[in-house]
Design a protein around this ligand. Structure first.
Ligand code: HEC
Ligand code: HEC
Length: 358
């Protein structure tokens, strides 16, 4: 028993360490993570192995990152000069102070243009099977090239964005250090940003602690909420590390979704009739932080989002008590937010293309 307790303590101290600026720690191996306290603080090793079969998996906290690359990617994530106006950054729409989103119905881009769709979070985006609501980018690297050149977002172009970076000696030095090349390429820009995004996970939520065997981390009604989440089969679409993100499904399985019939979702990628109104199932990690909800931002309250899902995906009505409990469970999915040391960016010089707000 003593040994088990010690392992659990080691596990805890790793959690704390990971909360630092750049998680470089390699966590205790799987067996250590699986050991925890039972309800009421008593050891209950048996309960833990049961939970390793739960359809939601705790966010892994083992990291083996290239520090120089993610520091560069972090600078680029906060680099306004990647936008034509010299003002918009990835963080403008994926604000790491507010759950990786802008909490707006649709984002504000170049010349105050309003985008067509709600901005999803970058937190835990590495767990998505593809990026964007319709999955049109296969991974984070491919995705990162999009917004820089999107006229409604950062409105730059890849040549210009690279030109800005290439004019700044410090960037040339950093890129050379990481990619062994004097010449900065858009591919390497995207690669560094993606590497930084890989670190934006939110482990150690109360629910993950429960999955890891710490029974008293969630309350009875939160646990009942999870039970309902499974019993009402929300879990068939929202599962895995991200509690979503690993499949495409139609919005309006039980009842056609009528609030937005313009956005065709996955159909835009596949042109397959059956993919109309099919979207990437969103991650439900940190969901309490990322209102408004749905691709069309039609709903601001999490209660209403849950009821909408029950109505349109499952064709059932939840009682108030059931909705409350599911919402209570969803709130246990908020994990440790990445703790970021705000990057200081090198100055422009006479060779740096000037910002252009037109
Ligand atoms: C003007 C606002 C805006 C800016 C700036 C912006 N994004 Fe986005 N981002 C969005 C919107 C809106 C979407 C969803 C678009 C869609 O699915 O069609 C999105 C989608 C994403 C996704 C996919 C997440 C998912 O769940 O599918 C990632 C990752 C992402 N952006 C990262 C970035 C990075 C990196 C940058 C900087 C290079 C950036 N974004 C700049 C608004 C923005
Ligand atoms: C058949 C698959 C499926 C089932 C079952 C399902 N969902 Fe969803 N869920 C989705 C899809 C797809 C979306 C994205 C819809 C959109 O915005 O286009 C979504 C979106 C959500 C959102 C909003 C997320 C965001 O970031 O905007 C919440 C909250 C949610 N679901 C909770 C639930 C709950 C609770 C249940 C059970 C009552 C449930 N879902 C059942 C597929 C499903």
């Amino acid at each position: 028993m003593k040994i088990i307790k010690l392992a659990a303590m080691t596990c805890l101290s790793v959690f704390v360490f990971v909360n630092g600026v750049i998680p470089t720690a390699t966590i205790a191996d799987e067996s250590q993570r699986q050991i925890g306290y039972g309800r009421g603080g008593r050891m209950q090793g048996g309960a833990v192995s049961e939970r390793s079969k739960e359809p939601i998996r705790p966010i892994p906290i083992s990291f083996d990152y290239d520090t120089a690359k993610i520091e560069l990617g972090k600078k680029l994530f906060f680099e306004p000069r990647l936008s034509k106006s010299g003002w918009i950054t990835c963080n403008s729409c994926h604000n790491l102070s507010t759950g990786g989103v802008d909490n707006l119905p649709t984002s504000i881009g170049h010349k105050w243009m309003l985008g067509p769709i709600n901005s999803p979070t970058v937190l835990n985006a590495k767990f998505n099977l593809a990026q964007f609501w319709d999955g049109r980018a296969k991974d984070l690297k491919e995705q990162a090239k999009g917004p820089i050149a999107n006229p409604m977002e950062m409105a730059s172009n890849h040549g210009l964005a690279v030109g800005v970076l290439q004019s700044i000696p410090a960037y040339v030095r950093w890129f050379k250090e990481v990619y062994k090349d004097e010449k900065i390429t858009i591919d390497n820009v995207a690669d560094a940003i993606a590497a930084f995004e890989e670190t934006l996970t939110t482990p150690n939520s109360r629910f993950d602690a429960w999955l890891n065997g710490y029974d008293d981390k969630i309350s009875e009604s939160e646990w009942q909420g999870y039970d309902l989440f499974k019993a009402k089969v929300c879990i068939t679409c929202h599962n895995g590390f991200g509690v979503g993100g690993n499949s495409f499904h139609k919005f309006g399985v039980a009842k056609p979704y009528d609030k937005d019939t313009q956005t065709l979702g996955r159909y835009n990628v596949t042109k397959d009739e059956k993919d109309k109104y099919v979207f990437k199932v969103p991650l439900l990690r940190n969901i309490e932080l990322t209102a408004p909800y749905f691709h069309d931002a039609s709903v601001w309250s999490l209660r209403e989002a849950v009821n909408t899902m029950a109505e349109y995906q499952l064709g059932v009505a939840l009682t108030d008590d059931e909705t409350d409990k599911i919402v209570a469970f969803l709130r246990t999915l908020t994990g440790d937010q990445p703790s970021i040391l705000f990057p200081i960016l090198p100055p422009s010089n006479e060779n740096t293309p000037k910002p252009n707000r037109n």
